[in-house]
Design a protein around this ligand. Structure first.
Ligand SMILES: Cc1ncc(COP(=O)(O)O)c(C=O)c1O
Length: 200
């Protein structure tokens, strides 16, 4: 008989998706449901993009380069360079959304048992990504009183142990919407350099 692995058993379901069944059941009962669990886009998708999808001139939907479509990577690099951010297209890997990118980063930069420090509240699925990679998230709580600004850098220092491999931030933050200031980002950068951490 096929057995589920321990990791599979431990894996939490997506806190976002697990509410969907309850919502559907409630709707069938005629209850008005406000979907606060998922951030469905409410901004119209640019017409130029929808047109490009409709008019795609291809007979077969083939595999692309493993790193992503070359012209797309070059355009992205040119965009970052136009903002004085020195990125070459060979530094860019296209992934199927943020989840895959985060999981790749965890798997490529961290070993089982490693720790990363993450300001909370954070995107709920980070727990599942960390579980899949066998790493531990060490949260540092940001407060509503400060508008969810970066907690004092000393609180990050206090959580650093021999297992700490990085500080993980999402800017602008989801779910708080807080945009970390240049000063806050430089504090993180300096700490990463000082402690020789790998990921941020
Ligand atoms: C902060 C953050 N990280 C990762 C993800 C996952 O991204 P995706 O749905 O593109 O896999 C989301 C999605 O909402 C997110 O808000």
């Amino acid at each position: 008989m096929i057995e589920i692995s321990q990791r599979g058993m431990d894996m939490p379901s997506s806190p976002i998706r697990k509410l969907a069944n309850y919502a559907e059941a409630a709707k069938k009962e005629g209850v008005k449901v406000y979907h606060l669990n998922i951030g469905q886009p409410d901004i119209e998708t640019p017409a130029i993009m929808m047109e490009a999808v409709r008019n795609a001139d291809m007979k077969v939907l083939e595999y692309t380069d493993s790193a992503g479509i070359l012209s797309f990577r070059k355009k992205l690099a040119a965009y970052y360079q136009s903002k004085n951010i020195s990125v070459d297209y060979t530094d860019i890997l296209i992934t199927i959304g943020g989840s895959e990118g985060i999981l790749f980063a965890f798997m490529a930069c961290l070993d089982a048992g490693d720790e990363i420090i993450v300001p909370e509240p954070f995107y709920a699925n980070y727990i599942g990504f960390a579980m899949a990679a066998g790493i531990k998230i060490i949260p540092i709580t940001s407060s509503i009183e400060s508008g969810f600004a970066l907690p004092p850098i000393e609180s990050f220092k206090a959580k650093i142990t021999s297992k700490t491999k990085g500080i993980f931030i999402c800017n602008p933050n989801n779910p708080t919407g807080y945009v970390y200031s240049e000063e806050e980002l430089l504090q993180i950068r300096d700490l990463i350099k000082e402690k020789d951490l790998k990921i941020n």
